[in-house]
Every structure is written in C-alpha cells, then in structure tokens.
Design a protein around this ligand. Sequence first.
Ligand SMILES: [Zn+2]
Length: 163
Amino acid sequence: MSLVIGNLKLRNNKKYMKASFRYKGIHSCEAVVLSCIDFRFWKETVEFVEKELGIKTFDFPSLPGSAKAINESDDETFVFGCISVPVELHHAQKIVIINHEDCGAYGGSKKFGEDKEAERKFHEGELQKAKEKVLVKYPDKEIVSVYAKLDENKENVEFIRIN
Ligand SMILES: [Zn+2]
C-alpha cells in the first residue's frame, strides 16, 4: 500500500512512500494508550508502553492534557471516541492514561510554583478522576494510570505507575 501525500515532495523528489504493513488480517489490539499531544514526551511514552508495560499492540490517541480532556469533556462522543473505538472496535482490554509534568494544557509547572511534589499530587488526582469516569462506562477494563515526570536536571523522563 502506498501512502499518497498530495503534491508534497518527499525526499529524493518522490511523491509517495511505501512501508510494510504488519497487521494483515488483524483487527484487535491489547490496549488503548491515551496521552498528551506534547512532542517532548510521546516518543518516550511509546517506548515505555512497549518496553516496560510490555504492550505491543495499542491504539494511541493524543489529546491536550490527556486525563484533562476526559475530566473536562462535556461532549463525551468526541473524547470518549478516542477510547470507545479502540475498546469496541479493536477489543482493547487495557486503558492506559498518561499525564506528564510541565503539561501546557494545565498551565505547566509554573502554575505550581515549580513545586514538583504538588504538581505530581495534582496529576495523580486528575488521573484518578479520569479513571473513575472511564470505569463508569467500561467497568470491566483494566485502567493503568501513569505520571511522566522529569528528573532534577530535566534530562530524563521517569514514568511512574500510580495505581
Ligand atoms: Zn501535555
């Protein structure tokens, strides 16, 4: 299958690229991983999910603030679609929700006066709220809540399971 990208010129003057498709005939995945859109965290998040949680197949929706989108949503059809499509169409059994430190959707670390402990506690509360809201709709699913924090020098991301 070719991925056709309009009139965009790709490298070497090509107009398309071809990539191998690894899931022929497969329509189920293990989990849905909801994370923030933040470019600083998502690649490491994928690595964490694959290597540490051991989940190989997952849908990966991103919304600003992750748990925030669930907690503050009035329109459940859109936000919950990010979870309900993986669960109902792709039979995902696990729902992983990942919030992160210095999340712009929440006002960043500066909103907490750089008090990392207060920030972590706040995100734990947000993740708990989101978990409860999702469990109302999917009581038989396993919810995994994770907080991605930065180390002291802001050179590493540490993923902490909070339940
Ligand atoms: Zn964020």
